[in-house]
Write a protein that binds this ligand. Structure first.
Ligand code: ZN
Ligand code: ZN
Length: 609
């Protein structure tokens, strides 16, 4: 028998030997411990069919209620995804006598099977029987708790984990980071992470993922750097997926490309989630063509991937291609989801395809069964507003079947600024002040509307309102990556060590662009100052500082990529078009809603943004 046990313990030979054993009557196991060994091999190889045969033999041999075999049978069925069979056996056992490992098998099975609530229920029962959970139980429960969005339960589990001295277990600490990260509780995740004595790739990736989840991209990058330099760990798929959004956010094409190359070398570029993240990253770096190559290279495609690509085209001023892809996707039998509709409506909005957009909106429910949500309404309002159809937009809002929120009204308010519609702007702004009293942007837009028609008293009044409520205007800044380093510029920023050179270059560019026909549009400086000062203030908007720095530092001929946290103003837009002409350089600027590809005096957005 010893030789049989040997071969069985090696997974590779487990099945054939077992089959032979079960076929020949005389070689049937005779003791419960032999059955135990055979069962274990079925658990290890997830051989459900063999396991079932074994189960009936165990019944025949009268071992079914054996204290060692029964838990193994539970484990067998739960690890093969036969959760109901496992539960029947589990309920047959005397619970108070059960080992915690049996409870944990059952709990983990529910988590894996996508029924986290049942897992938590079992855990409560386990505690009632006075059992002490172990590290495996906690790992499974933390996953369940994250899936259910139970932040408080996670904290309670955390304190139990500390009491049970399981915090030193790597997988428990990793699960805690994952759970806290999923709630966006970055502080708690960091506390666990910082206290760990030993960290593996999952710890680092979970922490990076947590930072990316709350859009702390600089922190994600920093952690990645530390992970490589302090611990020499090899990134896995989770690391790659968590890091790519950070590369996209910083328009850090070089880093993104390096990660892409790494993914190819390590064979996970075919993974759908990695693929979608790559498509998004390239799109965010202003490279929709490369994104499309990645998209096309993937054999299997799901709705998320299609949606990422449609968004990529839309962001990069190719709304026609976005619409095309939307049609092809449907022809291939894929059903767009609510995110796809947000993306395609945004494409129509940016492209000025108002009629197409309205048609898609009108038919999304009956044709695809996707009920319009507030974000879809916001897209339509944005679409009508951009097209200058302010009255239509207002009427559309009045007819909405759900209550308009801040983003719906905000779209139209923004359009009132562009079209200098004071009356409608005031009406909307006061509605917004009630809806979202702490959103500084609404006050800023109203004060800009007043400023654009020279109503300085009203500007002052709004500023006072802001001050009284303790609101600050969002600080406009742009960033650029040069040789693996990201440089951030604020408006009128003089803190950079090469500030002098930057301002000198901007002055020279100012002269050249003026000769090329540039007239500063001072209405974009919404302060009550003299015109000459206004020109200077325009000249030092953050994106222009970043452009000048890019021209000084980036290798010749390379397009200069810049990202900005606010919208590019109309004057900078005009100026950058001409700078691209006089310097024969290409500038790719991403602002809050889209990309502007400037080249030879024109922009990809066709001045429609
Ligand atoms: Zn500007
Ligand atoms: Zn543009």
């Amino acid at each position: 028998m010893a030789s049989l046990c040997c071969t069985i313990s090696s997974h590779h030979y487990a099945r054939p030997d077992f089959v032979r054993a079960s076929k020949s009557r005389e070689r049937l196991p005779t003791s419960s411990s032999e059955y135990g060994v055979l069962l274990q091999s079925c658990i290890d190889t997830r051989s459900l069919e063999q396991g079932r045969k074994l189960h009936s033999q165990i019944k025949e041999a009268g071992f079914e209620r054996n204290r060692d075999l029964l838990p193994k049978l539970v484990k067998l069925y739960s690890s093969c995804g036969r959760i109901e069979d496992a539960r029947v056996l589990f309920d047959r056992m005397i619970k108070r006598r059960l080992d915690v490992f049996v409870w944990t098998s059952m709990i983990s099975a529910y988590v894996k099977d996508g029924d986290p609530s049942e897992a938590i229920k079992l855990f409560v029962e386990l505690l009632r029987y006075g059992k002490k959970p172990d590290s495996y139980t906690f790992s499974a429960l933390l996953k369940a708790s994250a899936e259910l969005g139970f932040h408080r339960l996670t904290m309670q589990l955390h304190s139990m984990i500390v009491k049970c001295e399981c915090i030193l277990c790597l997988s428990v600490a990793n699960s805690l980071i994952y759970a806290y990260g999923s709630f966006g509780d970055i502080g708690a995740a960091h506390k666990v992470f910082d206290k760990m004595e030993l960290r593996d790739i999952i710890s680092w990736s979970s922490m990076i993922q947590a930072c990316t989840h709350v859009k702390s991209y600089a922190e994600s990058m920093l952690l990645f750097y530390r992970m490589q330099h302090e611990e020499c760990l090899k990134p896995n798929e989770l690391t790659v997926v968590s890091l790519l959004p950070a590369c996209g956010f910083f328009s850090s094409l070089r880093r993104g490309q390096a990660i892409h190359a790494y993914a190819i070398r390590n064979g996970f570029s075919e993974n759908l989630i990695v693929g979608s993240s790559l498509v998004t990253m390239y799109s965010q770096c202003g490279e929709p063509d490369v994104a499309y190559r990645v998209f096309s290279s993937l054999e299997r495609k799901n709705v998320i991937l299609w949606t990422s690509m449609i968004k990529g085209f839309s962001l990069n001023g190719k709304p026609g291609l976005a619409l095309n892809l939307f049609q092809i996707m449907q022809r291939q039998g894929l059903k767009p989801n609510h995110i796809t509709f947000v993306v395609i409506l945004m494409a129509c909005s940016h492209g000025g395809f108002v009629d197409t957009g309205l048609e898609i909106f009108e038919t999304m429910q009956e044709k695809f069964g996707v009920k319009p949500r507030v974000e879809h309404y916001a897209c339509v309002v944005d679409m009508l507003s951009r097209a200058g159809r302010l009255n239509d937009a207002e009427r559309f809002i009045e007819r909405m079947s759900i209550r308009p929120n801040g983003s719906v009204l905000g779209c139209l308010l923004g359009a009132c600024q562009v079209h200098r519609n004071v009356e409608l702007g005031e009406k909307l702004a006061y509605r917004l002040f009630e809806l979202e009293p702490d959103n500084a942007a609404n006050y800023v837009i109203l004060s800009n509307i007043y400023a654009s028609v020279g109503r300085w008293d009203d500007v002052g009044r709004i500023r006072q309102m802001m001050a009284a409520r303790g609101l600050l205007k969002e600080w406009g800044c742009s960033w650029i990556e040069i040789m693996d380093k990201v440089y951030v510029f604020g408006a009128h920023d003089k803190s950079h060590s090469e500030s002098e050179k930057i301002y000198k270059l901007l002055e020279e560019l100012g002269d050249k662009t003026t000769k090329a026909g540039y007239v500063p549009s001072t209405k974009f400086v919404l302060l009550d100052v003299e015109d000459e000062d206004k020109k200077k203030m325009l000249c030092s908007h953050s994106e222009r500082l970043a452009i000048a720095f890019g021209l000084l530092k980036a290798p010749l001929g390379v397009p200069i990529r810049i990202a900005k946290n606010l919208r590019v103003c109309g004057d900078c837009h005009d100026a950058i078009k001409l700078i691209s002409k006089v310097t024969s350089r290409q500038f790719i600027i991403r602002d809050t809603s889209r990309f502007h590809h400037f080249s030879q005096g024109a922009c990809s957005c066709g001045d429609y943004w």
